[in-house]
Design a protein around this ligand. Structure first.
Ligand code: ATP
Ligand code: MG
Length: 211
C-alpha cells in the first residue's frame, strides 16, 4: 500500500536517514522507535513533504508520489505533529475546515458535515466552537487527528503521540489508533515509548539499528 524505498537524508553532510526502506499493507500500523536525534521526525517530515529527500522514492497504491507537491501530498499523507500545531485563533471546527476548503476547494457545507462526523467519532462532539486554549492536551491531540482525517489521507503519521499525555491518555490514543486501524487506516507512529510501540504495531523499526 505504501512503500518507501532507499530514503536517505543528510544535514550538513551528516547522514540522518540512510537507505531506509518501509513497506506497509493497508490497515497496518508501523511503529518507529529510536533515540532522540535518530531521525524520526525527519523521516515524517520527508514523507509528508515538509522536507526534501536526498534520494529515495515513495509509492502509494503502486504509484510513485512526490510529497513535496503540496496538493498531492496533503490528500494522501496526513501528519499529527508532536505540538499538534492547531491554529490558536480558529475554533475546533474552523481548524478542521481550513485545509479542505482552501486546498481541495470542496463546498463548505460538505466539509462541515464530514468535519462534524469525524469530531463525533473522536469523542469531540460539543467542542466545535471552542478554541484550542480551552481544550485539554488529550482533546487538542484528538482535534489534530480529526484535522488530519478530514483530508481523507491514505496514510496517517504521528510524531510522539504519547509524549504530552499522562498514562490514561496514552491508553486512549492507543485505542484511537487501533480503531482507525480496524477501519483500514494505514498508520506510522514515531515514538520513544517501546511499550506503546509494541502494543499498537504490526511492524516495528528501530531507527538506530538501520543507520
Ligand atoms: N532542518 C534541519 N537542519 C539541520 N539539522 C537538522 C534539521 N532537522 C533535524 N536536524 C538534525 O537531524 C537529527 C535528527 O533530528 P530529528 O528531529 O529527526 O530526530 P528525532 O529522532 O525526531 O529526535 P527526538 O526523539 O528528540 O524528537 C538531529 O541531529 C537534528 O539536529
Ligand atoms: Mg522528533
Amino acid at each position: 500500500m505504501i512503500q518507501i524505498k532507499n530514503l536517505s537524508k543528510a544535514f550538513s553532510g551528516k547522514k540522518i536517514l540512510d537507505n531506509m526502506n518501509i513497506s506497509l499493507e493497508k490497515g497496518q500500523v508501523l511503529s518507529i522507535v529510536g533515540p532522540s536525534g535518530g531521525g524520526k521526525t525527519t523521516l515524517l517530515r520527508c514523507i509528508s513533504g515538509l522536507e526534501t529527500m536526498d534520494s529515495g522514492e515513495i509509492w502509494i497504491d503502486e504509484q510513485q508520489v512526490d510529497p513535496t507537491k503540496h496538493q498531492e501530498a496533503t490528500s494522501q499523507i496526513g501528519v499529527v505533529f508532536q505540538e499538534f500545531n492547531l491554529f490558536p485563533h480558529l475554533t475546533v471546527l474552523e481548524n478542521l475546515m481550513l485545509a479542505p476548503t482552501l486546498v481541495t476547494k470542496k463546498a463548505k457545507e460538505d466539509v462541515e458535515i464530514t468535519a462534524n462526523q469525524i469530531l463525533a467519532k473522536l469523542g469531540l462532539k460539543g467542542k466545535e466552537k471552542q478554541y484550542p486554549f480551552e481544550l485539554s492536551g488529550g482533546q487538542k491531540q484528538r482535534v489534530a487527528i480529526a484535522r488530519a482525517l478530514v483530508m481523507h489521507p491514505k496514510v496517517l503519521c504521528y510524531d510522539e503521540p504519547t509524549s504530552a499525555l499522562d498514562p490514561d491518555l496514552r491508553d486512549s490514543i492507543a485505542k484511537t489508533i487501533l480503531e482507525l486501524k480496524d477501519e483500514g487506516m494505514t498508520q506510522i507512529v514515531v515514538t520513544h515509548d517501546h511499550e506503546f510501540a509494541k502494543k499498537i504495531a504490526d511492524q516495528l523499526i528501530e531507527v538506530a539499528s538501520i543507520q
